[in-house]
Design a protein around this ligand. Structure first.
Ligand code: PEP
Length: 252
C-alpha cells in the first residue's frame, strides 16, 4: 500500500504568527480525516521553528520548500538541509517549477540538493511537470521523463525508497485550471513506468502526488485514480479548512 499524502506548499505567504495559526487550524481539524492520510505543511523558512512547535503532539508533519545545494559555509542567504532537519523537518520540496523558472534551478543543482537532503535524513518531494507550450506540443511525457532521468535516476535503490514525486503541470499551478483526473492518471502511470524502468518493483511503492489548482471540490475525483497518491497543494493550503477538505477527498 502506497502512502497517501496531502502536502501544503505555503510558498512566500503568511507572517510567522499567521503561519502558527494556520498550523494550529490544520492540527485541530486533522482528526476529521483518516489517519491513513499523511498531512505535511511546508511553511517559509522563517517560521519553521514556530510551526514545528505548533505541530508537536500531532501527526501533521513538517517540510521545507527548498534547501541549499551545499552542506555549509560561505553561501550568503542560503539555508542548509542540516538546519532544516535540526528544526524538525522531515521533507523538502525540490525542483518546484517556480524554482526552476525564477531561480534557474537545473538538474545539476537539484542533484546536489538531493545529496544534501538524503545526507540529512530528509525525504525529497521532487517536482516534475511541463509548461503549456510543452503540453500543447505533446511533449509532456518527454519533459517529465527527462526531469526524472536527470535527477531521480542518480539515486541509489535505498534512496529511491524514500522519495515522493509530485507531478505539477506548470499550466495548472495557481491558474485555477486543473488537469482532468484522466490527464493526471495518464501521466502518473507513465511516470511510474519510467521509475520502474530503473528501479523495478520499488516503483510501485513510490507516492506520486498531483499538484495544480487542487481544491476540495476536485480532489476526490483526482485522488480516485489508481496512480494518484495525493496532492501537493499551493493556494488551497493557506486555509486549514480547504487543506483538510482536500484530504477528505480520499474518503469520498
Ligand atoms: C504548487 O505550487 O505546488 C501548487 C500546486 O499550487 P496551486 O495549488 O496554487 O496551483
Amino acid at each position: 500500500m502506497r502512502k497517501k499524502i496531502v502536502a501544503g506548499n505555503w510558498k512566500m505567504n503568511t507572517l510567522p504568527a499567521e503561519g502558527v495559526e494556520l498550523a494550529k487550524g490544520v492540527v485541530a481539524q486533522r482528526g476529521e480525516v483518516c489517519e491513513c492520510v499523511n498531512f505535511i505543511v511546508c511553511p517559509p523558512f522563517t517560521h519553521l521553528a514556530q510551526v514545528a512547535e505548533a505541530l508537536q503532539g500531532s501527526t501533521v508533519e513538517l517540510g521545507a520548500q527548498n534547501c541549499a545545494a551545499e552542506a555549509k559555509g560561505a553561501y550568503t542567504g542560503e539555508v542548509a538541509a542540516s538546519m532544516i532537519a535540526a528544526l524538525g523537518c522531515k521533507y523538502v520540496i525540490l525542483g518546484h517549477s517556480e524554482r526552476r523558472q525564477y531561480y534557474g534551478e537545473t538538474s545539476e543543482t537539484l542533484n546536489k540538493k538531493m545529496e544534501q537532503v538524503y545526507a540529512n535524513g530528509l525525504t525529497p518531494i521532487y517536482c516534475v511537470g511541463e509548461n503549456l507550450d510543452e503540453r500543447e506540443a505533446g511533449n509532456h511525457f518527454a519533459v517529465c521523463k527527462q526531469q526524472i532521468e536527470e535527477v531521480v535516476f542518480n539515486l541509489t535503490e535505498e534512496q529511491f525508497k524514500n522519495l515522493v514525486i509530485a507531478y505539477e503541470p506548470v499550466w495548472a499551478i495557481g491558474t485555477g485550471k486543473t488537469a482532468t483526473a484522466e490527464q493526471a492518471q495518464e501521466i502518473h502511470a507513465y511516470i511510474r513506468e519510467v521509475l520502474a524502468s530503473k528501479f523495478g518493483a520499488a516503483a510501485a511503492e513510490c507516492p506520486i502526488l498531483y499538484g495544480g489548482s487542487c481544491k476540495p471540490s476536485n480532489a476526490a475525483e483526482i485522488f480516485a485514480k489508481e496512480d494518484v497518491d495525493g496532492g501537493l497543494i499551493g493556494g488551497a493550503a493557506l486555509k486549514a479548512e480547504d487543506f483538510i477538505g482536500i484530504g477528505k477527498g480520499f474518503m469520498a
